[in-house]
Design a protein around this ligand. Sequence first.
Ligand code: SF4
Length: 217
Amino acid sequence: MAVLRTDPYIWVTWLTKLLAGESMCEWSSWFRAHHKDYDKVPTEFDVATWTIDHRELVNARRDELLDKGYTVHVEDENAFRRIGKTGIVVSGKPDILAIKDDFGVIEDCKTGRPRTSDQLQVLVYMLLLPIRNPLCENVILSGRVVYKTNGVDIPASGLDDRFRARFVDLVAKVGGAKPLPKSPTWAECRWCDIGPADCLYRVSEPPESAEAETDLF
Ligand code: SF4
């Protein structure tokens, strides 16, 4: 049964799909931010395959960076928890923080198809990981999303006022007391693990009405 959290807690990836407009169900992020131990339903996401593929990609990228002379910090070493003045907690775990001399790069490895949210996720890491982090002191940071066959560089210039304002605004909404709107669609619900005890609006089948013939064109 869902247990109310003492303080709102947000995992970075609950924000980035909303920031990118790839997810419309704000309520799912709001609910997770305010509840834990909720009844979960299995989703179509294949965790075992993802874990193995992701581990291989992170290890390969770590080895590349080590060969280039970087000091490399991986996954749990990079876990952070930032507590805002509002009491809202934002947590995340970048796959890689690599540092060489005065330069550093925060990287996240993605085994799926590229999405805008991948880049926003790295930008949020670039915003939050350096806060009171001795490893990042006096280091010029950039970011990168690492895919199986290529990488996308994320320059620090992406951390502009507009991005910061959108991030702060979304954290306030997702961590705020007022429930956010639900957007039940098969495209989203099929990947959502919030069970029927907490969300009665799950769409479990693709909509039949989405396809229809017309004489209009
Ligand atoms: S099951 Fe669907 S409507 Fe309910 S929270 Fe998840 S995505 Fe939103």
